[in-house]
Design a binder for this molecule. Structure first.
Ligand code: CUA
Length: 229
């Protein structure tokens, strides 16, 4: 999760988020190089004497500064497209999780197993344990197995919500009347925090998501011994 004064991306906990961070750094590097070059050129204009008696046309430089930006854009567009298709790929999921957005909480269904379903509400600040994270912890966490492909199906019951977990590189809108799909793979055990990221009403800020990533045998234990359904 994010900690104090962290302005950048969170550490990745999935292969797709790792790729997203690589792409972000790549695009940022190109952006910085362009900004420095253009900044230098603009600064140098201050020292221009505006005198050049022989300047009538400059077809060569115009060719260069038309084609060069197009080539630079390709270096962003092609990796971006690669990542887009990579994110869309579904690789034989081991578990399918359904998450339904409500005003203002999430409900989950594990229909592959015992048709487990439960609601997940934020823990209010006055009920928060001393080691709890304010506005981020929930009463019922989403337990998922690590090191396995997980498919999620997202929808909503009332207005548009968005199921977003930054560390896993997941952000899917839950839209009433539609079913969206994505998948991810969690690299390590731990807790992964997320929040709704579509402005969905007065308590939009108070419908967080907590994923509890555990080894597969613990997941199987949880799914067989739970008392939700
Ligand atoms: Cu649900 Cu914002």
């Amino acid at each position: 999760m994010s900690t104090w004064a962290n302005l950048g991306l969170q550490d990745s906990a999935s292969p797709l988020m790792e790729q997203l961070i690589f792409f972000h750094d790549h695009a940022l590097l190109i952006l910085v190089m362009i900004t420095v070059l253009v900044g230098y050129l603009m600064f140098m204009l201050f020292f221009n004497s505006y005198i050049n008696r022989f300047l009538l046309h400059g077809q060569l430089i115009e060719m260069i500064w038309t084609i060069l930006p197009a080539i630079i854009l390709l270096f962003i567009a092609l990796p971006s497209l690669r990542l887009l298709y990579l994110l869309d790929e579904i690789n034989e999921p081991y578990v399918t999780l359904k998450s339904i957005g409500h005003q203002w909480y999430w409900s989950y269904e594990y229909s592959d197993f015992n048709n487990i379903e439960f609601d997940s509400y934020m823990i209010p600040t006055n009920e928060l344990p001393t080691d709890g994270f304010r506005l981020l912890d929930v009463d019922n966490r989403v337990v998922l197995p690590m090191n396995s492909q997980i498919r999620i199906l997202v929808t909503a019951a009332d207005v548009i919500h968005s199921w977003t977990i930054p560390a896993l590189g997941v952000k899917v809108d839950g839209t009433p009347g539609r079913l969206n799909q994505t998948n991810f793979f969690i690299n390590r055990p731990g807790l992964f925090y997320g929040q709704c990221s579509e402005i969905c009403g007065a308590n939009h800020s108070f419908m967080p998501i907590v994923i509890e990533s555990v080894p597969v045998q613990y997941f199987i234990k949880w799914i067989t011994n739970n008392n939700y359904s």
